[in-house]
Design a protein around this ligand. Structure first.
Ligand SMILES: Cc1ncc(COP(=O)(O)O)c(C=O)c1O
Length: 356
């Protein structure tokens, strides 16, 4: 099927809905799955007919390359409903582009924009009742693609499956987190896959994060892999640091994911008149700012948590606390971005997409 043509999406509806079993007032994050999923297979050198099917298990040969060589990338995005029941997406084309950037790095064939966008919109319409309306809740959307070709030869698969699955979700973290600045392990390296949303990047984070958890920290702050002196990301989020009234975030690179929340926050902060610096920042600068009292805030930014304020950080067996601020940038910027996402504020930057 040609990549430029708007695809016809075959829809097979679920016979029974699970929706009545779900407590929408008490949703965990990413645990409850909707009634349907979008599926498209890559075979014989092309993406085949895209389909919406009842949510179901998939069956794979044990020699499928996904199990052995980790050829798998994913995205994370959200759909919202406003007071008039419109279905809204936030900068979805950024996710569409990024999954292809990730795919390319993992030698996975790119997925056509029209398939992604039309498939996503059709799925959201079929599962529209699953989009939560409670404040802070949304429908978390997980597009992903993985190698389904068989055989133990360590080479790219010739077959793939692209799926979009959705999960009505409450907020990701509750409250502020304590983080540990990592001095030994790295999540990514120059020339590596850190900029891609490759499944293995996350698997590799779990063990160092477990060690941090055992020491009483909820998250790890990743530093650069060569010197461990530069601050790069906060768990699976981009990081922002406020020193004085300036907001600083690390520049994206081979090692850092080009976060959509990050770039949106940079634009909103500038619009708020906040001085933003996109530059490398060392752990030493952070410690000095903490010691001199100019370190005012740190927060992670990403689709799942939107903005996750940091209460304090640990570094070389010492803990540093951050002050409690009444006029925190974190709260102000979170309100601005979520007001745009939920259609409560003017869409100054043209980021909202109404699904029609
Ligand atoms: C490693 C990493 N950094 C940053 C982000 C934030 O990106 P976004 O704002 O596009 O969700 C994510 C989440 O997707 C991530 O996995």
């Amino acid at each position: 099927m040609s990549a430029d043509i708007i695809p016809t999406i075959k829809i097979e509806r679920a016979k029974d809905s699970k929706i009545s079993e779900v407590d929408f007032s008490n949703l965990p994050f990413g645990q409850v799955l909707t009634d349907h999923m979008f599926v498209c297979d890559f075979k014989d050198g092309e993406w085949k007919e895209p389909q919406i099917k009842p949510y179901q298990n998939i069956s794979l040969d044990p020699s499928s390359k996904i199990f052995h060589y980790g050829q798998s990338v994913f995205e994370g995005m959200k759909a919202y409903k406003d007071d008039d029941d419109n279905i809204l997406l936030f900068r979805p084309l950024e996710n569409q582009k990024r999954i292809n950037i990730s795919s390319k790095r993992l030698a996975i064939p790119e997925f056509p924009e029209a398939y992604f966008m039309e498939g996503l919109k059709a799925l959201l319409k079929v599962d529209s009742d699953w989009i939560p309306t409670k404040e802070g809740s949304s429908l978390y959307i997980r597009p992903f693609v993985f190698a389904t070709g068989n055989g133990f030869h360590a080479s790219p698969s010739d077959e793939y499956k692209f799926i979009i699955a959705c999960s009505p979700s409450g907020s990701y973290f509750s409250g502020k987190v304590k983080v540990l600045i990592e001095q030994k392990y790295s999540r990514s390296a120059n020339g590596g896959v850190g900029f891609a949303k490759a499944g293995g990047n996350y698997g590799g984070q779990f063990y160092p994060t477990q060690l941090a958890n055992e020491k009483g920290y909820q998250q790890v702050i990743w530093t650069d892999d060569t010197t461990h002196e530069y601050i790069e990301e906060a768990g699976a989020m981009n990081i922002f640091i406020r020193i004085g009234d300036t907001l600083i975030t690390a520049p994206t690179s081979d090692r850092i994911l080009d976060g959509i929340t990050r770039k949106s926050i940079i634009d909103i902060a500038k619009d708020e008149g906040i001085q933003v610096e996109v530059r490398r920042i060392t752990v030493n600068e952070l410690i000095e700012a903490s010691n001199s009292g100019t370190l005012k805030e740190m927060f992670g930014a990403g689709t799942a948590a939107v903005i996750s304020p940091i209460a304090g950080f640990g570094y070389r067996d010492q803990d540093y606390d951050l002050p409690e601020l009444e006029d925190a940038y974190a709260a102000r910027l979170k309100k601005r971005i979520t007001d745009i996402q939920y259609n409560r504020a003017e869409d100054l930057f043209g980021w909202r997409l109404v699904v029609e």
